[in-house]
Design a protein around this ligand. Sequence first.
Ligand SMILES: N[C@@H](CCC(=O)N[C@@H](CS)C(=O)NCC(=O)O)C(=O)O
Length: 221
Amino acid sequence: MIVVHHLEASRSQRVLWLLEELGIPYEVKRYARDAKTLLAPEELRRVHPLGKSPLVTDGDVTLAESGAIIEYLVETYGAGRLLPRAGTPERRRYTYWLHYAEGSAMPPLLLKLVFTKMKQGPVPFFVRPVVRGIADKVLTTFVEPQLALHLDWMESELGKSTWFAGEELTAADIQMSFPVEAAVARGGGDRPRLRAFVARVHERPAYQRALEKGGPFEILG
Ligand SMILES: N[C@@H](CCC(=O)N[C@@H](CS)C(=O)NCC(=O)O)C(=O)O
């Protein structure tokens, strides 16, 4: 039996959505975030030393890293679904977006979250202007321009086809759904194709079933 070790409101939601799209039976083990730090509980480190979500166990196989988990599930149980045929342009785009999501799209989104929190965070009043000044500088000179570059790239690519790899939904869209949702939540919502992508994702019955299984999902932003 496949077990998804699911941290609330996390990237793990994608794995539930994928399993629902494929119609594969699975069990969800839910983990709550620490109320203060928002980090995963210690318990998740018993499944994998990094204790990051998603984690999947399939019999005696333990899988970490969402892209690797998605590849494993699609290759092992997909029977060709959600995966463009090898050697096609769609397959090349599929591979690109599957890696791009965590490798390139998430870092500036994470930096935006961290430096925005730093600006709002509790610090002694006498260093507050310095901390805010540094955070603002990093945000305006580095993070925001990098983020805009990536969001414009995703927006322009979604002008070429309905989904990231082509006209059909693939597992790469499932992997891309998290950065795109995070982008819209963190100020990139003025891009109509990104917004329409999120709306298309939310309409899917499998996505809605995954939400019921995983519990409330809100992008931390
Ligand atoms: N690149 C990894 C990122 C894993 C990751 O950072 N997951 C977050 C959830 S969105 C997490 O576990 N955060 C809690 C923590 O770091 O303790 C993946 O895609 O699996």
